[in-house]
Ligand binder design. Structure first.
Ligand code: TA6
Length: 295
């Protein structure tokens, strides 16, 4: 549960959100955000004076054991379906369990919130029996900085895949492009395995799009012509980027995704997966960071 409310600065409030789930509301001098302890999921962020940047489905579930549809889900310690265990949850367990609020402090005009997840009975399974500690630091201000640090507390080396599965709000996906990945090879998850050569222009959307760009640490720019704004995502400690829009049929097939909502979102995910999955020796750690900026 949430710690003593007096332990947090006045720009941070603790309470119950949708589904009665514990939530942290941040109202800083430079930006505001909403963070659920469930999955340590940032579900809203806006710089002061700007439109909301993160997309949320109106049909999202808010319940233990279910993923929240929107904001920034954390995919960890695997991405997509578990490679061996079909019963294991898609994208790992991190977004399905409750994290602890470790610290909340003001830093100039920003507000920094730190959440923690350690291995428990809820995380240990045949799919992932390992000891670990994750620390997720969210800095809310004119930009949003998300930093996920994972430490291997097991006596054996482990390999992790991870993603900050960021849902961005756009005016219309059909007039939105994603720049920064030009010339970068990618796996088209709709066309099966195998690497496709990079393309010369930005990513454009004319149908369901589900691509894993491998071996890239590029800063990406989402240019949203309909809304007249750009969102950039700069990264560190990330060597894969995933770009996804479900389009109409896939959106209609998802029960927690409104049938018409697909036109208003794009996922640009800061990740380490496949060939850039991270191998951690006992006691060692790795940090992956995404910084979102709006102009
Ligand atoms: O990141 C793209 C993706 O892997 C898609 O294949 C789609 O499954 C999406 O994630 C959403 O997955 P979810 O388990 O949240 O429905």
């Amino acid at each position: 549960m949430l710690p003593d409310p007096s332990a947090v600065p006045p720009s941070v409030r603790l309470g119950s959100g949708a589904g009665g789930l514990p939530v942290i509301w941040v109202t800083g001098r430079a930006g505001s955000a909403e963070i659920y302890l469930h999955g340590a999921q940032v579900t809203a962020w806006a710089p002061v004076g700007a439109e909301p940047v993160l997309w949320m489905s109106a049909a999202s579930r808010f319940a233990a054991g279910a993923a929240i549809r929107g904001g920034v889900p954390i995919c960890f310690p695997w991405f997509g379906n578990h490679p061996q265990d079909p019963a294991a949850p898609a994208h790992g367990f991190a977004r399905l369990v409750s994290w602890e609020l470790a610290e909340a402090e003001e830093a100039g005009d920003d507000v920094r919130v730190s959440l923690r997840l350690r291995d428990t009975a809820a995380t240990r399974s045949s799919a992932w029996p390992h000891r670990f500690e994750a620390r997720y630091t969210i800095t809310v201000g004119a930009r949003l900085t998300l930093s996920l640090r994972v430490v291997n507390r097991d006596p054996v080396p482990v390999t992790i895949a991870e993603a900050l599965h960021t849902y961005l709000r756009v005016g219309d996906i059909r007039s939105t492009t994603v720049g920064g990945l030009e010339g970068t090879a990618f796996i088209d998850r709709l066309a099966g395995p195998g690497l496709r050569p990079g393309e010369s222009g930005p990513v454009r959307f004319a149908g369901e799009t589900d691509r894993i760009y491998v071996a890239t640490s590029a800063t990406t720019t989402v240019t949203d012509r309909a809304a007249g704004r750009s969102i950039t995502i700069a990264t560190s400690g990330s060597h894969s980027t995933v770009v996804w829009n479900p389009w109409a049929a896939k959106a209609a097939a998802l029960t927690d995704f409104g049938d018409k909502e697909w036109t208003g979102m794009v996922c640009v995910e800061t990740a380490n997966l496949g060939g850039s999955a991270v191998r951690l020796a006992p006691g060692s750690g790795h940090t992956m960071t995404a910084v979102l900026d709006v102009s």
